[in-house]
Design a protein around this ligand. Structure first.
Ligand SMILES: NC(=O)c1ccc[n+]([C@@H]2O[C@H](COP(=O)([O-])OP(=O)(O)OC[C@H]3O[C@@H](n4cnc5c(N)ncnc54)[C@H](O)[C@@H]3O)[C@@H](O)[C@H]2O)c1
Length: 209
C-alpha cells in the first residue's frame, strides 16, 4: 500500500491528537514533526520515531511530503498553508482557518490553483449528537429552523492563557474566547442552519476583519 507522507507542524497542546491517529493509520507514514522549540520537536520525534525540524520551509524542502497538519498559533495558519499549497502539499489545519478573512480567501485560492485539498479541523461535527441533529434537519424531522441561539459555557483560566505566548493576543490569536473556543459552537450552528446568510457568519467575519 502506498503511504501518505505526513508531517505535523507545531508540537504543543494539540499535537498528540494529530500524531496518534497519523501514527497508527496503515496508509500514513508520519515522517517528520516541526517546532521552533527544538527540545519539543526532538522529544516528539523520538516518541513517534520520525525526523524533526525547527524550520517548516526546510521541512518542505527536504521531505517529499503529501500532507501537513498545522497545529500552530493562529496567525501562522495562513502563511504556512499557502507555502505548502504552492509546493503541492495537501493541508489539514487546526481551527480557526486564519485570523483574517482575506487570508482565508487566499488559502482557498492557492489550494484550488495548485490542486490540493485544504481541510480545517472542526471535530465537533463528528460528535454523535451533532450528526443526529444534522440528519434530522436534512430529512425534515425537526422542521424548518426559525432562529438560532448558541451559548458556550467552557471555562479557560488565566493560567491557560499564560501557557502559550500567543494566546489572548489580537496579533497572534486574533482575539480570545470567540475565535478559539466559541468558534466550535459557531461552526456547528452555521453547519446546522446551512445558510450562508445567517448571522453567525456575519459575526465571525466582523470579528476577523
Ligand atoms: N480542535 C481543537 O479542539 C483544538 C484544541 C486545542 C488547540 N487547537 C488549535 O491548535 C492550534 C495550536 O494550539 P495549541 O494549544 O497546541 O498551541 P501551543 O502553543 O501549545 O502549540 C503551538 C506550537 O507551535 C510552535 N510554533 C510557534 N511558531 C512556530 C513556527 N514558526 N514553526 C514551528 N513551530 C512553531 C510553538 O513552539 C508551540 O510548540 C491552534 O490553532 C488552536 O486553536 C484546537
Amino acid at each position: 500500500m502506498e503511504k501518505l507522507r505526513v508531517a505535523i507542524i507545531g508540537c504543543g497542546n494539540i499535537f498528540l491528537m494529530h500524531a496518534q491517529p497519523a501514527f497508527i493509520r496503515e496508509n500514513v507514514e508520519l515522517v517528520a514533526v516541526c517546532d521552533i522549540k527544538e527540545e519539543r520537536a526532538k522529544e516528539k520525534a523520538e516518541q513517534f520515531k520520525c525526523t524533526y525540524y525547527t524550520n517548516y520551509l526546510e521541512l518542505f524542502e527536504k521531505e517529499n511530503l503529501d500532507v501537513i497538519h498545522i497545529c500552530l498559533p493562529h496567525y501562522l495558519h495562513a502563511p504556512v498553508a499557502i507555502e505548502a499549497a504552492k509546493r503541492k502539499i495537501h493541508v489539514l489545519t487546526e481551527k480557526p482557518m486564519s485570523i483574517h478573512y482575506s487570508d482565508a480567501q487566499e488559502m482557498v485560492e492557492t489550494a484550488k490553483n495548485n490542486g490540493v485539498t485544504l481541510g480545517v479541523i472542526f471535530q465537533n461535527r463528528y460528535n454523535p449528537g451533532s450528526v443526529l441533529i444534522k440528519e434530522m434537519l436534512q430529512n425534515g424531522t425537526l422542521g424548518k429552523i426559525k432562529s438560532g441561539k448558541l451559548s458556550v459555557t467552557w471555562d479557560r483560566s488565566d493560567a491557560y492563557y499564560l501557557t502559550s505566548d500567543w494566546k489572548g493576543t489580537w496579533e497572534k490569536e486574533g482575539g480570545g474566547v470567540v475565535i478559539d473556543q466559541a468558534i466550535h459552537t459557531m461552526d456547528l450552528m452555521r453547519w446546522f442552519v446551512d445558510d450562508v446568510n445567517m448571522s453567525t457568519r456575519q459575526l465571525v467575519i466582523e470579528h476577523m476583519k
